[in-house]
Design a protein around this ligand. Structure first.
Ligand SMILES: Nc1ncnc2c1ncn2[C@@H]1O[C@H](COP(=O)(O)OP(=O)(O)O)[C@@H](O)[C@H]1O
Ligand SMILES: [Mg+2]
Length: 326
């Protein structure tokens, strides 16, 4: 029996979603193979709970002591979206301790969490990305200068964010300043990106039994103007169609790009690549290296469409990580 620490929570606006992802993993993990411990990580408080009792993690070796029993973890299942689970911080800690974990390594996590850096690397492999300006607060570029460089409408987003927090769509000039202020409240650096009209497609990828596998493509159809926070997390505010109603050649193309990116970005675990498909071209939007795993999330549906139960998906992820390490 292997001890699995499922880490969830974190310090971003995605805390609640992450707790749901973690609980769903705990509920579905194969109990014949694994002993799961759901560990909530929030700021400096890292705790395991049994009922009302709280057991702190010893950060020196990421162990847990319950009574006289000291539990050492064989592997960490990472279910923390946003900081510190998706940006390399926890990855660095686990790598220092030599504990295997189910998501991308420190470098890939840190690179991909930075939207600007990630877009540049992705573009270097010949994949389309929306034209954008990367700005720091201190640059104080005027609205007029931005409008000279890029064509409306825009998306203005914090560079190191997630869940559409602090981002907005700018349809006309008069909305630009408010959008810049809102994004700069979340981050010292932002992206002003040209809007790409098209369909939103997303592709889940993982490596299993040593082979990179792309899951069936999902189309996201938000009932809002775009896939904002409400559309993402409020029930019924978006339709997620798995497999997407698109021609097979389109779906194969999307999977091929995603598998290439998985390889070149040196990903591990399950990641989700998001695109806008214009009818001709795919524009890469971002990669989520710790995608949602709650009952309502996209990845479990993708796995199911691929003929895998959620339990099998979890087992595949754990076995692959342990296999690579052994
Ligand atoms: N350049 C763009 N063109 C069209 N839609 C976009 C663009 N950028 C973002 N969006 C929309 O906004 C959503 C959130 O943007 P994204 O960059 O993925 O930020 P987050 O990390 O907050 O999810 C996307 O899922 C998509 O619906
Ligand atoms: Mg996104």
């Amino acid at each position: 029996m292997l001890n699995v620490a499922i880490v969830a929570g974190g310090d971003s606006g995605e805390y609640g979603i992450s707790m749901k992802s973690g609980k769903q993993v705990e509920l579905n993990i194969d109990l014949e193979k694994y002993a799961p411990f759901l560990i909530e990580i929030k700021g400096k408080k890292w705790n395991y709970r049994i009922g009302r009792k709280c057991f702190p993690i010893d950060k020196n070796d990421f162990s847990l002591t319950i009574g006289h029993r000291k539990i050492i973890f064989d592997i960490v299942f990472n279910a923390i979206h946003g900081t510190p689970g998706e940006n390399g911080k926890l990855q660095g800690y686990f790598e220092m301790l030599g504990i295997p974990f189910t998501s991308c390594d420190v470098t890939t996590s840190a690179l991909t969490f930075n939207k600007n850096f990630c877009k540049q690397v992705v573009a270097s492999y010949g994949i389309n990305t929306a034209r954008s300006l990367h700005l720091f607060r201190e640059e104080k570029l005027s609205g007029a200068q931005i409008l000279k460089e890029l064509t409306l409408p825009f998306f203005v987003k914090p560079n190191n964010g997630g869940s559409s927090v602090g981002m907005s769509k700018v349809n006309q000039k008069s909305e630009l300043n408010a959008a810049l202020d809102m994004a700069f409240r979340e981050d010292v650096e932002i992206l002003v990106e040209e809007y790409i009209p098209g369909r939103e497609l997303t592709c889940g990828v993982l490596r299993t039994k040593g082979k990179i596998v792309a899951l069936p493509i999902t189309e996201i159809i938000p009932k809002k103007e775009y896939f904002d926070f409400e559309a993402k997390y409020k029930k019924g505010m978006s339709d997620e169609i798995v497999p997407a109603h698109i021609p097979e050649t389109t779906s194969e193309k999307c999977q091929e790009i995603s598998k290439l990116l998985y390889l070149k970005l040196n990903c591990k675990g399950v990641v989700r690549f998001d695109y806008i498909f214009t009818g001709k071209k795919f524009y890469f939007l971002e990669v989520n290296t710790v995608p949602g795993l709650s009952a309502a999330s996209i990845v479990p549906k993708m796995a199911q469409a691929n003929g895998w139960s959620f339990t099998e998906l979890i087992t595949n992820m754990i076995e692959e990580e342990l296999e690579v390490r052994s």
